[in-house]
Design a protein around this ligand. Sequence first.
Ligand SMILES: Cc1cc2nc3c(=O)[nH]c(=O)nc-3n(C[C@H](O)[C@H](O)[C@H](O)COP(=O)(O)OP(=O)(O)OC[C@H]3O[C@@H](n4cnc5c(N)ncnc54)[C@H](O)[C@@H]3O)c2cc1C
Length: 355
Amino acid sequence: MVRIVVAGCSYGGLRCLLNLRKLFPEAELVGIDPSPYHVNITGFPKYFAGEVHHMELLLPLQEFLAKHHIEYLQEEVTGLSPQSKHIYTSKRRMDYDYLVLAFGASHKQIPTATTGLFSPYTLQEVKELRSYLEKHIYQGKPIQAVVVGAGLAGIEWSCALAAYLKDKGTVTILERSTQILTGYSDKIRAYVRKILAEKKIQVKLGVNVQKIQHPSITLDKGKIPFTTVLLFAGVQNHPLVDKLNLEHNEKGILVKNTLQTPTYSNVFCVGDVVSLANNLTQPIKRATSALIQGKIAAENIAHHYARENLQNYEVHEMPLGIYLGTHEGLVHYKGLQYTGWLAWWSKKWREMHYL
Ligand SMILES: Cc1cc2nc3c(=O)[nH]c(=O)nc-3n(C[C@H](O)[C@H](O)[C@H](O)COP(=O)(O)OP(=O)(O)OC[C@H]3O[C@@H](n4cnc5c(N)ncnc54)[C@H](O)[C@@H]3O)c2cc1C
């Protein structure tokens, strides 16, 4: 019986496992993840704004995978011998016929630790941010919230902060580039700027953060005071990437367009861990890209097993949904754009039904 192991059970890994189950009803499928839950991180801003309960963001892996007859190991992958087809975890050595690496990327860490500084990438961190702000609000202190980075996460979090604070504080976005949402269209940027202005969220472009030390941020020109700073400094390779004896660069593990590693045709990668070897255009590191890649990797494993031609993953425009506060959002796909309550609702619905 064929044994397929998937390392990392989040958007890309879970999508892959579910598709593999359909394509290989009899195969031995194993999902490995140190976390007992898949956490729907894209819903964090809505959770913070009080629009969803934290239980709606958690998918218990043991229970979910068992329903699909997939074995789940709550373990951490620590190494790999691709020549002998062995993967190592914190507890064991396992063999595999096919392996899918879907353990994501790491968020860039903050070099300085200071009061009021948060990177809300875990539910725990979001809860800590909330209790920190509640404490200040109860003391009657006005909140000065600063978000560093005007990418997708920075914009969504600014709107979540504005929805949470209402008249109890201000929100300012600092961005090094001369525009918000670099890489997105002018039409998207124009609408988002309009909403930010309506919510009185201040945007400072072309500014470099030099130092964050409570109670102020030092910029290249001047200082701004803060109660809290949320830092979205982007992603970097997961530390495991260096340990797997696979070709990689600063964007992730190198794969061909079939999502196979160049040297080992039975090792596939999906999601934030992917770096396309022969492409100038890299996929945007988003949950939507991970989901598509998870599906294609599963189909390509079936093709490879049946000795058929494999399909290529093409980087193309994905539907974009942006949360812009309670009952406010933007959805853009293939030139079509809609906004307001419908966009807010459809993004929320999509996030609850992506698997
Ligand atoms: C605040 C925020 C908002 C976002 N909003 C959006 C959005 O609206 N839309 C969108 O498309 N994208 C969004 N993204 C990006 C999206 O979250 C990522 O692109 C997506 O999570 C990548 O999915 P993945 O499957 O590659 O892996 P990840 O989601 O990064 O998960 C990796 C999994 O691997 C596991 N793992 C880690 N180490 C090991 C190991 N050693 N062994 C085994 N397993 C391991 C982890 O526990 C985890 O379950 C957002 C990101 C952030 C931070």
